[in-house]
Structures are given as C-alpha cells and as structure tokens.
Design a binder for this molecule. Structure first.
Ligand SMILES: *[C@@H]1O[C@H](CO)[C@@H](O)[C@H](O)[C@H]1NC(C)=O
Ligand SMILES: *[C@@H]1O[C@H](CO)[C@@H](O)[C@H](O)[C@H]1NC(C)=O
Ligand SMILES: *[C@@H]1O[C@H](CO)[C@@H](O)[C@H](O)[C@H]1NC(C)=O
Ligand SMILES: *[C@@H]1O[C@H](CO)[C@@H](O)[C@H](O)[C@H]1NC(C)=O
Length: 414
C-alpha cells in the first residue's frame, strides 16, 4: 500500500517536472556523527533544456519557528561565483552541475550547532512555477564516550552494592547494558537473584561469594558503542578486616626489622670507620692494652693466639716509625729548645757584658766615692780637733765655724 503511494508520488514528480521547476532532497533527515564531513544532496529539474541563468541558495533555519533562517551560500551559474557567508567560510562548499541538476552542500567537521533544518532553493528565470525549494533535517550525533565503571558499597558478604556505568557524552543519550561472567569466565544471566539494571546502575542485594566475577558495561546510542569493565571479588567481612590487619602487622614487623638492620649496619660502619681512623692515626691505647696479656699468654684461647700475632705484627711495625717520628719530633723540639737556650745565653752574655760594664762604672763610682769619703773623713778629723780647741767659743759665735786648719780651708774654698 505504502509502496504504491510512493510510486505514485514519484510518478507525479516526474510528470510535474516536465511542466515546471522541481527541487528535491531524497530524504527528510540525515544522521551523521559529530566531526564527520558530510554531503546534503539536492537536485532540481527545469522545464528549460538549458537555462541561461541558475541561482542556487543554501540556508539554515533554526528548528524553532520564530528564528529567522540564515543564508549559507549563493551560487550564480552565469559567472560561476559562489558567495559564502563569513560564518561558514572555510567549512562549506557547493558540489554543483547545472546541466545535471545537482546542487549538493558539502559540510566538513560538523558540530552539534549544525543540528538544523537546511533548505535548498533554485531560481531560474521564466521557470518560477512548481517547487523551487526543498528542506532536510540534519541530526548530528555524538558517539558515547568511553563509560566509567564504578563500585558503590563494600564487596563483602551480605552487603548491598551498586555497579555504575556512565558515559560523559553521547547524542542521542546512550543506553547501558551490564553483562557478567563468573570467576570461571562463564557467561551468566544475572549474577544475583535480586538484581536490578536501571539507567546504568546494576544494584545487587545480599551479595555472596557467587556474585564475584567479571562485569562489563556497554554504552550504546544510534551510531556507536563503548565499554568499560570491573572485576568484583566478594570477601567475607572478617577476612576482609583480617587481611588488612595482617597486612598492617606484616608491614610494621618488616619496618621494625629494617630499622634494626639499618641501626646495626650504621653502628658497624661507624665502628669500622673509627678503627680505620685509629689505624691511620697510629697506636691506640686499646692496642697497647691488648699487648700486655699477649706477652703473658694467659686469658686467651690458644687457637686465636696465632691470629692475634698476625694481627699484631703490623702494629709493631706501625709503632716504630711512629716512635721514630716522635723521637725526631722530640729532637726537633730539643734543638728548638737549644736554639732558644743559645739565644738565652746570648742574651745572658749580653747581660753579663752590660753587668760588667755596670760593675766597671760602679768601680769607677766607688773609687770616686772613696776618694771623697776619705776627704770628708779628713775634714771631720780636723773638725774634731777644732771642737776640742773651740769648745767655749762656739755659743758666742753666730758665723759658721771657720776651720783653723789653713791647708784644709784652702781646699774648701777651691
Ligand atoms: C574532514 O575534512 C577535513 C579537511 O577538510 C579533514 O582534516 C578531516 O580529517 C575530515 N574528517 C573526516 C572524519 O573525514
Ligand atoms: C545503589 O543505588 C540505589 C539507587 O540509585 C541507592 O538507593 C542506593 O543507596 C545505592 N547503594 C549504594 C551502596 O550506594
Ligand atoms: C542473605 O543471604 C543469606 C544466605 O546467603 C541468608 O541467610 C540471609 O537471610 C540473607 N539476608 C537478607 C537480608 O536477605
Ligand atoms: C577492561 O577495561 C580496561 C580499561 O579499563 C581495558 O584495558 C581492558 O581491555 C578491558 N578488558 C576487557 C576484557 O574488555
């Protein structure tokens, strides 16, 4: 019935095309995926065999009635010029052949904005009867993005859990389907007696060990599909807790052992280093101390005696150069001391020189002193003699006493 009507319509079109201009688009709507490069077909028939001018326009009209249609491009067959609106510049073109009646619109990298009704219109002078325009709906589809599978709840015996599946985008809106296999990878209808699958959420109640398995979600819309998966291992609650506790304990024990090992190694390393330093610095008190019992040969196992001796050998060799060194050091210091001593002697002799010089001067001084002293004494002698002579005269005489000894007085006056 429908087929017959369609055939009739086609017949009508063919008949009418003979009489007037007829613009046609094969389908009412076309579906393409976002980003595709597409062609919207348009064909026309004119009553004129070879029209002198054909004007073709493509415009887009918004799905809403109140929004004005926007012109995309205009083509003029006489000058073969295609005017493209700046909004579509670079991503549209016309596949045109006026003789064959072809006026296809080519759109590249379509987006969701291109979700519109497009109109193809043909103007031919003197052929204005018939159907000059045809429209087509473009449906831009978006493939579902790879969905994300998630587990809600605890995968433990007796729990209620959800497995969720969601694609971020997809146009039209994707539908979701969960499938599962058991632990032996055998497909199964429903993993649990009480399971609901609604809008990508698989809800499972009172789950058991048998719920464990491999779950796959498929997100599908008209054009494509995408999958995600999740592996579910349902554990008894006690074991689930026990396993974490055991892991914690094991980690703690390992950490403690590691700490001990590190400390031991550290101590060993430090002791070794200290021994090396002592070795480098020469005979330590410890080795000296070790030597005392070795000479006696007591308090030491006989077997280790040999080893000790072998060990000690370098010690003796070591100490000798050290002693020599210290001896030479001592000699150095001694010579230094001698130097200082000779220096001291020099200074001493210098001092002695000065002292002798002083003595000389002192001798000279005392010589002179003695001379004076002698003089004074001789004066005193004369005075004594005068005292004896002028004992009664003195109190009446204010003037200094005049020595009576002529020669002495002569010397004083000089
Ligand atoms: C669409 O065409 C552009 C060049 O115009 C090209 O880069 C792109 O890969 C094409 N896309 C598809 C899906 O063919
Ligand atoms: C599972 O999903 C249902 C319905 O969306 C919700 O009521 C329930 O709380 C969810 N369960 C868990 C464990 O998230
Ligand atoms: C959960 O399942 C166990 C057997 O697997 C059953 O004994 C128990 O009653 C169930 N609990 C609920 C709340 O359905
Ligand atoms: C499961 O999903 C991962 C990515 O999450 C994917 O690499 C893997 O191939 C998927 N396995 C199967 C069997 O589809």
């Amino acid at each position: 019935m429908e087929g017959r009507i369609f055939a009739l319509a086609v017949l009508c079109l063919v008949l009418s095309s003979v009489r007037a201009l007829e613009v046609t688009i094969p389908k009412k709507s076309y579906e393409f995926a976002r980003g595709d490069n597409i062609t919207l077909p348009c064909s026309f028939k004119s009553k004129l065999a070879s029209p002198s001018l054909v004007i073709i326009t493509w415009s887009a009209e918004a799905p809403a009635a109140d929004v004005a249609e926007t012109l995309i491009l205009s083509y003029y067959s006489d000058s073969k010029v295609t005017d493209i609106k700046s909004m579509y510049e670079g991503r549209v073109s016309l596949d045109v052949d006026t003789r064959a009646g072809k006026a296809n619109l080519i759109l590249s990298s379509i987006t969701l904005v291109d979700n519109k009704v497009f109109e193809c219109r043909v103007l031919i002078p003197t052929d204005d009867e018939g159907t000059p325009a045809a429209t087509v709906r473009l449906v831009v589809l978006v493939a579902p993005s790879t969905p994300i599978c998630k587990l809600q709840g605890k995968a433990e015996y007796g729990q209620n859990i959800n497995l969720t599946c969601l694609s971020e985008e997809g146009s039209p809106t994707p539908t979701y389907k969960w499938e599962s296999t058991d632990v032996r990878s055998m497909p199964r209808a429903a993993p649990n007696p009480r399971t609901t699958d609604n809008g990508g959420i698989l809800s499972m109640y009172n789950i058991t060990k048998d719920t464990s398995g491999y779950f796959t979600c498929t997100s599908t819309n008209k054009i494509r599909s995408a999958k995600c998966n999740i592996t579910l291992a349902v554990m008894p609650p006690s074991i689930a807790f026990g396993s974490t506790a055991i892991i914690a304990i094991v980690v703690a024990v390992v950490a403690f052992i590691a700490l001990i090992v590190i400390v031991y190694c550290c101590c060993r390393h430090r002791r070794k280093k200290r021994e090396e330093e002592e070795y480098a610095m020469g005979a330590p008190a410890e080795e000296f101390h070790d030597k005392e019992p070795a000479r006696n040969g007591d308090r030491r196992p006989a077997g280790r005696e040999e080893d000790r001796r072998v060990d000690r050998e370098p010690v003796k060799d070591r100490r000798r150069p050290d002693n020599d060194e210290r001896q030479s050091d001592y000699d150095d210091r001694r010579s230094d001391y001698d130097d200082r001593r000779s220096d001291y002697d020099d200074r001493r002799s210098d001092y002695d020189d000065r002292r002798s010089d002083y003595n000389d001067r002192r001798d000279r001084y005392s010589d002179r002193h003695d001379e004076r002293h002698d003089d004074e004494r001789s004066t005193n002698g004369s005075r004594d003699r005068r005292d004896d002579d002028d004992r009664y005269d003195e109190p009446y005489d204010d003037r200094p006493p005049v020595p009576k000894n002529k020669p002495l007085r002569k010397e004083y006056d000089d």
